[in-house]
Structures are given as C-alpha cells and as structure tokens.
Design a protein around this ligand. Structure first.
Ligand code: ADP
Length: 596
C-alpha cells in the first residue's frame, strides 16, 4: 500500500488489459520478422539480379550493334576497295592503261549497281603533266568529241576524270579535274605516293542532286603488276587512279537498313558531319537514350568518328517488366506474410491473455477458498469464545445465586454484558463484511461535517470511556460527490481504532480527522492519532482479514482495516499510513465526483 502525490487512477485492471497494447507489430515474434526480412532480402536480390541481367543484356546488345555498324561500314568499304584494286589489276593486265571503250565493257560487266550498292559508279582518272594535256584531249576526243577538262585552274598538273560508268547521272563528273581543289587533289596525290587506296575528305559530289556529303575512293595504278617500292618510283611510273564516288547516305542505306538496327548514329570526318541520324527530328531519336558512345576508326587516310545512341525502339525492346513483376510480386508476398504473422501473433496473444485470465481467475478462486476456510475457522472460533465465556459466567452466577451473593451476581452479569457486546460487535462486523461486496451504494453529496458528527456520536461512549478528544478539520471549500455510506464506514473504523489504540500514558489523547482537496479530482481524508502506534513488523499485515497486531490488549475482530481496505478499493482510491511511537496517521485518497 502506498500513497502517492500523483493521482492517476489506472485505466484497466490487470485482467482488463486491452487485447493489443502498444504497437500492433510489437506483438510479433522475432522469428516472424526474420522470415519477412529474409523474404524481403530474397525479393530485392532477385529483383536486383534480374535488373542487372537485363541491363547487361541490353549493354551487350548495344555493344554488338555498334560493333556491327562499324564492321559493316568497314566491310562495305573493303568491298569497294577490292573492286578498285581488281579494276587496277585488270588495267595492268591489259598493258597498263585502258581506253574508254574497254573501260565501258569492263565496268558494265562487273555490275556495279547490283554488286556494289552505295557507289555511284566506277571511273578512271588520268594523271597529266601540263605539257601532256593537249595530246590527252586529242586522244579522248577521238571517241568523245565534246570531252573537256574542267574547271580551269593554275596548277601545273591535271587529274581529269577520263571515264565513269555508268555515264547516266555522272555526266557532270566526266572531265572534272581533281587538281582544281585541294581536298580531291591531296587525296589523289596521297594515293599515288603511298601506293594505297585513299578517300578524300567530305565533298559534295557533282552528280549528287541532294548535295549531301560524299567521298571519292581512289586506288592508284602504275602500268605494272607490282606497285613500285618507293615514292619516287611511284611518282615516275604513275598512270592514274581507278576511282569510285559515293554518297555517305547511300553507303549507310545500302549496308545497314534501319529496320535491322536499334542504334542510331552520326559520322564525323574531322569536325565535319557527314552523316546524321541523331538529329532531334528523326523518328527513332531518343532524347534520353539508354546508351550512347563514340568510336573512331582510321579509314583510308581519314579518321571517321561514329557517335552512337540507342534508339527509342532499343529502349522498348530491351526494357522488361520482369524485375518490376518480381519486385511487386515479392513485396505482395511479404505484405501477405506480414498480415498472416500479425493475425497469428494476435491470435496467440489473445490465447495467452485468455490463459492468463483463466489462471488469474483460478488463483482468485483458490485464494477465495483459502480465505473462506480461514474465515470459517476464525468466525467460529471468535463466536464460540465469548459464548463459552458467557456460559462460564452464567455457571458462576448460579453459584453466587445459591450463596445469595448479589455483588458476585452483579459482577457476573456485567461481564456477561461485556461479552455480549463483543459478540454483537463481531456479528456487526461480519454482517458489514458480507454486505461490503454486494453493497449497491448510490453516489451522493458527501458532507464531511455531517459524516463526522454521525461517526462521533456513534463512538461517543468509546471516546468518553478512553478520554480521547475527537476533532474534525474540514479544509474542503465545498462538499464533494462520492459514496457517503462507504466513507462513513471508513471513518468509523479508522476513528474507532484511533480511540481504541490511544496511549493511556499520554497526558492528552486525541484523534484528528482532516478532509483536504489534493487536486480537482482527488480528496484526501487523514485520520491521525497520538496513540500507541503500529509496530513496524506488522506494516504489511494490518489490512489483512482477522489480523490483530501484538501491540494491543483491546477487544477487536481484526476485520476493521480489512473492511476499510475493501471500501477504499470499491471507491477506486488508495490507502496508506505512517506510524511511530508518537502515533499513527492513515491517509485515504479517493476520487471526488468522477466515479459513482
Ligand atoms: P481490530 O478489530 O483489532 O481493531 P483492525 O483491522 O481494525 O482490527 O486493526 C488491525 C490491527 O491494527 C489492530 O489489532 C491494531 O493492532 C492495529 N491498529 C489499527 N489501527 C491502529 C491505530 N490507530 N493505532 C495503533 N494500532 C492500530
């Protein structure tokens, strides 16, 4: 028992503990959490692995496509080169030069358009020193009277296109002099000097009406099967070039149809853009591509830089819903697991609570049984003892009657009366005890003064006999609402004890009752005396049924404090006391007005 300054009545008794207190999740077993955690880790791992696999697959697919594009361009250029070298070899095999007619037959025979899509034709460029120009023109005009070298320039050498097959579409190219501008001229000279195939930088082909970037592809021939060893010799023996013009757009279209690839690209020759599918308006252009990269290749004396971007189609082809499905599926399973475990935990908690309730009920019953046995024994004993004493005094009184000893008879009768009073008190207490649990006490206004007057008058003969002053200090501003009957019985027991256990050795003896308000919800009733006090060793027991401390020789049932405790509990209050040689003070705290 303890009195605390902070009065916060419990909201539930131990048996009324709500089914799920605190967080719903706190009821779950750690093993459940472990399973959910593992399942979550498994889901995330599966999701991560699948995502990685798909990303890797996409990366390698992209890598494959870009490599394929470069390979195809190289392969196609290789085929062009092969055609040029084959032509040069043919020229060498027929004596080191070729006439227009011969070339026409040859070029038509190799079927350029079918076998070499992308190139606009195949032709011959002759190298002429300035002094050879007139004889060259005269020779050409034998078969083509209008043949002319153009445009005019101030160089001392000429590199005119002598023939190109097919002629249709290439008319403007016939007679065009490579020396008229540096791009064509320098690539032609490089081919001659190096003895290798070369391409020009980007140019606009005279025959391309769309004016898109194109190139000339040159392979030199020297009039012999062997390419001369050194540059000097190559220059001296140089006859001309087999050449092929091509438009980059046609080269790409012929080689790499858009339908078979999911990567778009642009090509730059040095700084100059020669092909571009990466333009924003292009249908497959992806503003946020999954991949983009660049690669440079050395190509017949030029450096081409490819800028690759994965296309929109690439994104839709490689994106897979699989990881998301795994993630959503896994998380759904985890959530279901969580719900399942929560239900299991809730049920097992409910079962545990039921079991606890049952156990508590069983303990209560056992305790009640024990108390009942004890109660039966004590009541029988306490009822029989005064009856036996009364019978003894009746026998004695009969003897005294025979002896006509009226003083003796009177003594016996007063002793019998005392025993009867004790018996009456005991029976009253027992009746109170029987009623206490079943008492349907109505709440009402409690007036401390009224209750005190009632108690004081009930106990009048006792305090008069013991010469104890009983007083009241009512510090409450106003009456409060509670159960007056219980409060009266509490006060009656505590005050009667204060009087009963007063100290005869003290000059004045008193019992003081104080009513005071602790706060707006709680009232405190103090019953203090300057009596003999309660020995420390009895502290825990004085509220037990039939307990009587060893400090008194007064008559009592040992039920008073037990009754007080029961009343206080019924009012949802608390009781405590402090005691010393100086006296005892009981403190009863009860809710005021908040409970019926
Ligand atoms: P009783 O009928 O014996 O008075 P109670 O239950 O009222 O039974 O009290 C139990 C015991 O507590 C008493 O026997 C007494 O020894 C001790 N006691 C109770 N109140 C006081 C008090 N004010 N002063 C000293 N002892 C007390």
């Amino acid at each position: 028992m303890e009195a605390t300054e902070k009065h916060t009545p419990p909201r539930y008794s131990s048996l009324e503990t709500p089914l799920v207190s605190g967080s719903l999740f706190s009821t779950m077993h750690w093993l459940h959490w472990l399973i959910i955690l593992l399942s979550l880790v498994l889901t995330l791992t599966a999701w991560k692995i699948t995502s990685n696999q798909i990303a890797e697959k996409a990366a390698s697919s992209y890598q494959r496509e870009t490599t394929k594009i470069i390979d195809l361009v190289l392969e196609r250029m290789q085929r062009y080169e092969d055609a040029l070298w084959a032509s040069a070899a043919y020229i060498n095999s027929i004596g080191g030069d070729i006439s227009f007619e011969e070339w026409k037959v040859y070029a038509e025979a190799i079927g350029i358009e079918k076998k070499y899509p992308g190139i606009n034709g195949i032709g011959i460029i002759h190298y002429l020193a300035s002094e050879d120009l007139q004889s060259y023109l005269a020779e050409q005009r034998k078969t083509r009277s209008k043949y002319a070298v153009h445009p005019p320039h101030d160089k001392t050498e000429y590199w005119p296109i002598s023939y190109i097959i097919p002629l249709a579409g290439n008319e403007k190219a016939v007679g065009l002099d490579m020396a008229h501008e540096s791009n064509r001229h320098s690539a032609a000279r490089l081919a001659r000097d190096s003895g290798s195939a070369q391409i020009t930088g980007p140019i606009e082909l005279v025959q391309d009406e769309q004016h898109t970037p194109g190139f000339l592809f040159f392979a030199p021939f020297y009039g012999s099967h062997q390419i001369p060893q050194d540059t000097q010799e190559r220059r001296e023996r140089f006859v001309g070039l087999v050449y092929a013009p091509f438009v980059v757009r046609n080269l790409v279209d012929g080689v790499l149809s858009r339908d078979f690839r999911n990567v778009t690209f642009s090509i730059h020759d040095a700084e100059e853009e020669i092909f571009n599918e990466n333009a924003i308006g292009e249908s497959e252009y992806d503003p946020n591509p999954l991949f983009q990269s660049s690669a440079s290749i050395e190509l017949y004396g030029r450096t081409w830089t490819f800028q690759f971007r994965s296309s929109k189609e690439f994104k839709s082809d490689t994106s897979s819903g699989q990881p998301t499905t795994i993630l959503i599926g896994g998380i759904t399973v985890d959530v279901l697991l969580l719900v399942l475990f929560l239900l299991i935990s809730r049920n097992s908690r409910r079962n545990a609570l039921q079991a606890r309730k049952l156990l508590q009920a069983q303990q209560k019953i056992e305790q009640a049984n024990e108390e009942l046995t004890h109660f039966n024994y004590r009541t029988s004993h306490d009822l029989v003892a005064p009856l036996k004493t009364i019978r003894g005094y009746v026998d004695l009184a009969q003897y005294e009657l025979k002896d006509q000893n009226t003083a003796g008879i009177s003594d016996c009768l007063s002793r019998i009366e005392k025993q009867a009073q004790r018996l009456e008190k005991l029976v009253e207490d027992l009746l109170d005890l029987c009623r206490i649990d079943n008492q349907n006490v109505a709440a009402d206004i409690v007036d401390p003064n009224e209750i005190f007057d009632f108690v004081s008058s009930t106990l009048q003969s006792l305090w008069q006999e013991k010469d104890v002053t009983v007083s009241l200090e009512n510090k409450l501003g106003s009456p409060f609402r509670s159960q007056p009957v219980r409060i009266r019985q509490i006060l009656e027991n505590l005050v009667s004890n204060g009087i009963k256990y007063s100290d005869p050795e003290k000059l004045t003896r008193w019992v003081k009752v104080t009513f005071v308000r602790v706060n707006k919800d709680w009232i405190r009733i103090e019953v203090a005396d300057n009596g003999i006090g309660i020995p420390g060793e009895d502290r825990e027991k004085i509220f037990e049924m039939f307990f009587r401390a060893g400090n008194n020789s007064e008559f009592g049932s040992g039920l008073g404090n037990y009754l007080v405790k029961k009343h206080v509990a019924a009012l949802h209050g608390k009781i405590d006391y402090r005691s010393s040689d100086e006296g005892t003070c009981f403190t009863v705290d009860i809710p005021a007005g908040s409970r019926e």
